[in-house]
Design a protein around this ligand. Structure first.
Ligand code: ADP
Ligand code: MG
Length: 324
């Protein structure tokens, strides 16, 4: 028998994620009731994943549950916030139990890992689309915005760049050595939100953003919001083995510079903090790499190993842009 809307919610989305003392009431009433901490800012963000745009309709539902939450947590990481609550608006063509079971497993497992509780949502029938909203806490002194970068600041990125973009190319038919395939695929389907890095660098970084649409475009947002420019040193970009091979074979830097979906952080910070940051880097479970400099002269210059600049920068993804 088909599952009713309420059975579906009760079966897959009640008690999802970590129990929290600041949640008086979660799924089941007209609203959730929450106790926000008195001295923190509440950081809130939402992201929608649409079938056929952000994921193929047949994608593994467990990874989709993970990724739908991960992309939201990545935005909290970029502000230096500690994740707390999530809501889920789920639109499905039909209530298929095996799909729901796997989707909720991926979602609720990542929620638990980060101490997040699913506190409510909405469930509707229609073309598949997943909207998650997350809320987190951050103190006003530590919060990182896009607008705080100053000339002279160093630019850092977490993790490695271009992996998810290469996984997309591989999915569309580009050959990859077998040994590199699964790691690359994981980076696209199971992104890791850099919550620990965001929290560790909040209060030190002058600006931050998460790299969802590619480094050039997302760093561009910091530059614009801060009224500054930058030089990026292309040979410093942190590359995993597969992307390094790709760049060596093709001399094409567009993956690490402009491919989306990596969900790493790009941060700027005063050179006075460099030693402190190198010490923090050792405590993180991802790389933290110096890749460039904030400068007074507006615009972004990508500097090649021979000192020459790219004359045409690859663009980042724009849902309403000419190329999409
Ligand atoms: P209402 O009609 O009052 O908006 P709903 O019938 O849509 O309430 O939802 C009933 C309860 O289940 C609410 O607490 C709502 O937050 C929760 N809920 C609905 N869909 C989901 C979902 N996909 N995930 C988590 N909670 C959900
Ligand atoms: Mg409703």
């Amino acid at each position: 028998m088909a599952l009713s809307e309420f059975d579906l919610i009760a079966k897959y989305f009640v008690a999802c994620g970590a129990p929290r003392a600041d949640v008086l009431l979660d799924v089941g009433d007209d609203c959730a009731l929450l106790h926000p901490p008195p001295k923190s800012l509440l950081a809130m963000t939402t992201d929608t994943l649409v079938a056929g745009v952000h994921f193929a309709p047949g994608v593994d539902p467990e990874s989709l549950g993970h990724k739908s939450l991960a992309v939201n947590l990545s935005d909290l990481a970029a502000m230096g916030a500690e994740p707390a609550w999530a809501t889920l608006a789920l639109t499905l063509p039909q209530a298929e139990e095996s799909w729901l079971e796997a989707f909720s497993r991926g979602l609720c497992q990542l929620a638990k890992t980060h101490g997040v509780r699913l506190i409510g949502g909405d469930t509707t029938r229609g073309p598949m689309s997943i909207t998650i909203q997350v809320a987190g806490f951050v103190s006003p002194e530590r919060v990182m915005r896009r607008s705080g970068a100053h000339p002279g600041d160093l630019i850092y990125v977490t993790g490695t760049l271009g992996d998810a973009g290469l996984a997309l190319l591989a999915r569309r038919g580009r050959h990859l050595p077998m040994a590199l395939r699964s790691g690359i695929r994981r980076r696209l389907d199971w992104p890791t939100p850099r919550i620990a890095a965001g929290k560790a660098l909040a209060g030190i970084a002058s600006a931050a953003i998460d790299i969802s649409d590619g480094l050039v475009g997302d760093l561009g947002h910091i530059l614009q919001a801060s009224g500054v420019g930058a030089s990026l040193f292309v040979d410093l970009l942190p590359l995993g083995e597969a992307v390094a091979d790709y760049v060596a074979a093709t001399d094409d830097w567009s993956l690490p510079l402009a491919a989306g979906d990596d969900y790493e952080l790009c941060l700027t910070l005063s050179a006075d903090h460099q030693e402190q940051v190198e010490a923090i880097a050792h405590t993180l479970d991802c790389r933290l790499t110096w890749v460039g400099l904030i400068e007074r002269a507006k615009g972004l210059r990508c500097v090649l190993p021979d000192g020459k600049h790219f004359d045409r920068l690859p663009n980042s993804y724009d849902h309403f842009g000419a190329g999409s």
